[in-house]
Structures are given as C-alpha cells and as structure tokens.
Design a protein around this ligand. Structure first.
Ligand SMILES: CC(C)(COP(=O)(O)OP(=O)(O)OC[C@H]1O[C@@H](n2cnc3c(N)ncnc32)[C@H](O)[C@@H]1OP(=O)(O)O)[C@@H](O)C(=O)NCCC(=O)NCCS
Length: 207
C-alpha cells in the first residue's frame, strides 16, 4: 500500500476478496467494508460488514479495491469505481518485495511473499498472487492474474486478461499475448501469439 487509507471498500466477497482483506489488514488498514450483490442481511467477515451495495458517499480517507478473481469482472469493478470518481488503492503485502523502478497500476494486488523485480511494469487491476515472481523488466498488461507460485522470468511479457495458472512459468524474454489461459504447471518456452488455453511442458494449445 503506497498510502494507507483509513478504510477500504472491497468490491466482491469471493475467495480473492478474503485474500485482499487479509493483506489489507496486514498492511495496517483498520476498517473494511465489502459489497456483494448476494450478501445476506447482517452478514460480516471478521467483524467487517458485507453489504449488497455501497452508499453513494465514500467516507473521508477511504479508498476502493476491485477484488473479483475473474479478470473481466475485475475490469467492470474498476470501471464502476472510476465512474464514481473514488480513489483506487494498490494493495501490497508487507512480505512482498518490489524492486526499484517498478510501476504498479491502480487496483493491483500483490500477495504475501510475492516478488516484483526491478523495472517491471504491471498494469491496472492485476493479481500477483501469493509467492508469485515477476522478475526484472517484465511487463504485465492490465486485468491479468498471475496465480500462486507462478514465475515470470526476466523481461518476459504477459498481455491483458491473461490467467496464468498456479505454478506456471514463462521463460525469460518470452511473451504471451492477450486473452490467454495457462494451465497449472505450464511452461511457456516460445512466444504465444494467439489467444486460447495452453497447458503442459512445453506449453501446447489445448483449447
Ligand atoms: C488449463 C485448464 C484451464 C483447462 O481447463 P478446461 O478448459 O476445463 O480443459 P480440460 O480440463 O477439459 O483439459 C483439456 C485438455 O488439457 C489437459 N490439461 C488441462 N489442464 C492441464 C494442465 N494444467 N497441464 C497439462 N495438461 C492439462 C487435459 O488433460 C485435457 O487433455 P485431453 O484433451 O488430452 O484429455 C485447467 O485444467 C487448469 O489448469 N486451470 C488452472 C487452475 C489454477 O491454476 N487455478 C489457480 C487459482 S489461484
């Protein structure tokens, strides 16, 4: 968290939203509120309310965060927040390491023990999940999800709306275009230039 907001409005209440809450609390944010269209009356998480929709006035000093696990839903959340002119936080775990000269987009989540190397550029609304490594000079587009323990080696590139499954690897200087799904454990050794689903070692298109 570059500046610690007084509280965080978390959009969504799925599994990823609970990870966001966990990292936000570890980062020193004291107050949280979730919005989820399916929330039950009086529902809460760790004492923090889950409402069906946020009130139109954002409390002083609060910021917002898009917490859908799905890339397109997260984009829609960012658009909804932007339409209200509310500030969008960047949530970075205290145990994560972020190198010099990096650029991290608004609404991006960096989980516990993740690493972003020097000069990497990460777009808005991304998830760099627990233990993932985005090495030096990497470029990650917007609304892309780098799952738990995924490794992007130095100067590799992921496009927009990519889902890199858990434990996947992209070797150094290799690129993956927009709208690609990488299966768990996939190793990308040659550029992927067509959207689709890829899996295996080395990566092959499966859908
Ligand atoms: C790649 C993936 C998205 C494919 O799901 P799907 O579209 O439902 O496709 P299927 O399960 O029908 O698999 C299609 C083929 O790819 C193979 N395949 C699927 N996932 C694979 C993987 N991770 N590694 C190797 N092969 C895989 C299947 O065995 C199947 O092969 P076949 O046609 O020879 O039988 C999914 O298997 C996967 O790995 N998801 C990642 C989940 C994850 O990492 N979540 C992290 C949350 S933080």
């Amino acid at each position: 968290m570059t500046e610690i907001p007084a509280g965080l409005r978390i959009f969504g209440f799925g599994g990823h939203a609970r990870s966001v809450a966990d990292v936000a609390l570890a980062s020193g944010i004291r107050q949280l509120c979730f919005a989820d269209a399916n929330a039950r009356d009086g529902e809460s998480f760790q004492g923090f309310p889950i409402v069906r929709a946020f009130a139109s006035v954002l409390p002083e000093g609060w910021a917002c965060f898009p917490a859908a696990g799905d890339n397109r839903q997260r984009q829609a959340q960012v658009e909804a927040i932007t339409a209200q002119d509310w500030p969008i936080a960047t949530v970075i775990a205290p145990s994560a390491t972020v190198g010099v000269g990096t650029v991290i987009g608004a609404g991006t989540f960096i989980g516990h023990h993740a690493h972003v190397g020097p000069m990497a550029v990460v777009g808005k609304g991304c998830i760099l999940n627990t233990g993932s490594i985005v090495e030096h000079d990497c470029v990650v587009g917007q609304f892309t999800h780098v799952s738990v323990n995924t490794v992007l080696a130095g100067a590799s590139r992921l496009g927009d709306f990519v889902f890199a499954g858990t434990g996947s690897t992209v070797i150094d200087k290799c690129s993956v275009c927009d709208d690609v799904i990488l299966g768990a454990g996939t190793v990308v050794v040659k550029p992927i230039t067509q959207s689709g689903t890829y899996a295996g070692v080395p990566a092959r298109q499966v859908r």
